[in-house]
Design a protein around this ligand. Sequence first.
Ligand code: MN
Ligand code: MN
Length: 314
Amino acid sequence: MRNQPLGGNDMPRFAGPGTMMRLPAAETAEGLDACFVGVPLDIGTSNRPGTRFGPKQIRAESVLLRPYNMWTRAAPFDSLQVADIGDVPINTFDLKDSVRRIEAFYDDILRHDVRPLTLGGDHTLSLPILRAMAKKYGPLALLHIDAHADINSHMFGEEIAHGTPFRRAFEEELLDADQVFQIGLRGTGYTAEDFDWASERGFQVVQAEQLWHQSAAPLMDQIRRQIGARPVYLSFDIDSLDPAYAPGTGTPEIGGLTSIQALEIIRGCRGLSLVGADLVEVSPPYDTNGNTALLAANLLFEMLCVLPGVAYRD
Ligand code: MN
Ligand code: MN
C-alpha cells in the first residue's frame, strides 16, 4: 500500500499532521516517485514580502484535498509513492547562500528517481532548482506561468532576485530556449520592449490578453505538440492569476488568468515529460481569506495529477 493522504474520516481535517495533504513525512526522497518540498524564501522579493510563510500556509489549506481528481479521473496515490520531505533550511540572512543551499538540497533530491513539487517561496528559488535539474537532464524545456517575465538583467544592481531567474537560467544554458513558453505576462513595464529580450532569444511569449475570454486548452494542445517528449519543468507564479483569485502575493497585476484557465494549463500538461514543478509567490500576510493558499494547494495537487506514471480511473 502506497502512502495515502490522511482522510477526513480518520482524523478531522482541522487536526492531524501539518504536511502537504496530510501525507506521511519523509526525511529524504529515497523510494519516492514524487515529493512535496517547501522553500520558505522571501528575501528575493522586490515589493511586498511574506512568501516565507507560503509553504506552511499552503500545507494548512491543503487539508481539504481528497485523493481523487473528479474531472480528470487522476488517481495519483494509486500508482505513485508520494511524501512531504519538509522544508529547505535556507539562510534567511543571505540570499546568495540560500540559493546555494537550495541547489544542494535539490542535487540531493535528484540523486533519486523522483519528481519534486515545490511550495514557494519567492521566484528566486526556481534558479537553483533549474541548476540542479539541468545537471541531471540537460537543458530543459520550460513552462513559465507568470504576470512577469522575470528576465531582468539586474534588480537594484543584484544579479540574483525574484525578477531575474530566467535571465540567469538562459545565460547559464539551463534552458532549451526554443522550448520556453511564458504565459500570462501583462501589466506595465519600464520600457515598451521589456518582453522582447525573451522573444529575441526564442522564448514563446503568450501575454495574458491573448487568453482573455477564452479557454487555455487549445494553447496547451499546441505547446504539447511542440515540446513532445523533451524533459520539461513547470514554474507557476501565483501572480499569473488575477488578483481577484489570488490577492495574496507580492506583485499583483490586474487582468490576469482565471482559476479555470490555471486548471486548463496544468491539466494540459498531461502527457508531457514533467521532471518537476514549483508554485511560487504565495504571501499569506496579504491573503486575508486564505483563498490564495487554497488555490495554490489545489494547483499543486493538479500538478501531481499530471506527472508521468499517474494512474487514471478512466
Ligand atoms: Mn515570477
Ligand atoms: Mn510574477
